[in-house]
Design a protein around this ligand. Structure first.
Ligand code: C2E
Ligand code: CA
Ligand code: CA
Length: 394
């Protein structure tokens, strides 16, 4: 008909939590209630469907010159914004929406769905609860991502990820007592890609197990020559999902002839929230073989006091943002102090990271941190530098 077709993909935010908390019967009732609200919010000639799970789609058809008609994203979001009352429970739920347009109806169905899907993915990525319209630039981004992914895969096959080590300082003596291993990737064209980019990429592409084990093996081999230092290695939450993870860590320490008691695995609190059972099993397993476990980026998220106790962490690392805030925020010192006091009350020693100034070092020392890390002491350095600077005598 030459008309303008708009496809909205709608994905509920927080639906899984509802299912987990109250069971599938409540989840089902919620889906039905959502469907009613969507239908009520739409004009008569719109078409709505449930795609499966907590995903819906809405198609609207407008006159060809209907540029001016805004997409229904905002209206749909408003429709779901007020509380749902189900079996006497008040449930709050939101949604993310991806929109794709076929002007004059020329875009093929499958292509339109692909675009709406990519837009929805964006909406979720940007923090949920929003509507995103597909834009051609998304495809360019996706292509670059795919290329980067291929390059990373090739790099992993040749063991091309290297590791730098950042010294950890004893707060009292000022001596270097350990190092944290940090993954580095320099592409063949010489461009360095930061871990904040390639770690999430490896996670999305199913390569994190491989990457994580390579970093671990490389670090263990290097640190085997530093008997006086502890070794911290970052582990992605996804690695803990691998049922063989603990076994693989044990094999790696044996292969490198590395005392597992010198190894500290650093995990972030997202693990504890998304899948506490798995985290529990993996953490218990690691502790059983003598490996210590540290909670990384503490204070940046939502770990509860309860979970801190339950998981039996050997150490906490307060998030860099808490230390950085000391320079700008009046309350930051009190927040930092309270955070460290909480950990200390649970008898968990605390590392402060991201220390760049003497003043920050003084404040975190006074707050009760027993270990310090940051550019003030040293940037991450190569294995050779660690040997030369801190292990020369051995
Ligand atoms: P992280 O575990 O919090 O590591 C500390 C980060 O802070 C490192 O960034 C380090 O270079 C940086 N840093 C240290 N001191 C300072 C300072 O004084 N000031 C500032 N501004 N930054 C400082 P990097 O190496 O870019 O790593 C970023 C993140 O990537 C790490 O955060 C970690 O979450 C992740 N990562 C790095 N290597 C690995 C790895 O092998 N596996 C996994 N799963 N994640 C890794
Ligand atoms: Ca870390
Ligand atoms: Ca950290």
């Amino acid at each position: 008909s030459g008309k303008q077709v708009k496809l909205h993909f709608i994905d509920l935010d927080g639906f899984k939590a509802v299912n987990d908390a109250w069971g599938h019967a409540v989840g089902d009732a919620l889906i039905v209630a959502v469907a009613h609200r969507l239908r009520d919010a739409l004009p008569n000639d719109a078409f709505a469907a449930r795609l499966g799970g907590d995903e819906f789609a809405v198609v609207t058809v407008d006159e060809p010159d209907a540029e001016l008609v805004p997409s229904f994203g905002g209206r749909l979001q408003d429709a779901l914004a007020s509380l749902f009352e189900i079996d006497g429970r008040s449930i709050e739920i939101g949604c993310s929406i991806g929109v794709a347009v076929s002007e004059h109806g020329v875009v093929q169905t499958s292509e339109l769905m692909r675009r709406a899907d990519i837009a929805l993915y964006r909406a979720k990525d940007l923090g949920r609860g929003i509507t995103i319209d597909f834009d051609d630039s998304f495809d360019v981004d996706a292509l670059q991502q795919a290329e980067l992914e291929n390059e990373l895969r090739a790099t992993l096959l040749t063991g091309g990820i290297s590791v730098m080590f950042q010294p950890l300082i004893d707060a009292r003596s000022g001596a270097v007592t350990g190092v944290e291993a940090l993954a580095r990737w320099r592409k063949e064209d010489g461009v360095a890609i930061p871990p904040d980019i390639f770690i999430p990429l490896a996670e999305r592409a199913g390569m994190i197990d491989l990457l994580g084990m390579q970093v671990l093996r490389t670090s263990l081999n290097a640190a085997a020559a530093w008997p006086s230092l502890s070794l911290g290695v970052n582990i992605s939450p996804l690695q803990l999902k691998n049922p063989r993870f603990v076994e693989q860590v044990e094999e790696a320490t044996k292969a490198a002839d590395f005392d597992p008691r010198r190894l500290i695995v650093e995990v972030t609190e997202s693990v504890l929230i998304s899948n506490p059972e798995q985290a529990r099993r993996a953490i218990d397993g690691l502790k059983k073989i003598g490996v210590k476990v540290a909670l990384d980026d503490f204070g940046s998220g939502y770990a509860s006091i309860g979970s801190l106790r339950r998981f039996g962490f050997d150490r906490m690392k307060v998030d860099r943002s808490l230390v950085a805030a000391l320079e700008v925020d009046q309350n930051a010192g009190a927040v930092l102090q309270a955070t460290v006091a909480l950990a200390n009350a649970l008898q968990i020693p605390v590392t402060a990271e991201g220390i760049e100034t003497e003043r920050q070092a003084t404040v975190v020392r006074l707050s009760g941190c027993d270990e310090l890390q940051g550019y003030l002491f040293s940037r991450p350095v190569s294995a050779d530098e660690v040997t030369a600077l801190y292990c020369g005598a051995e």
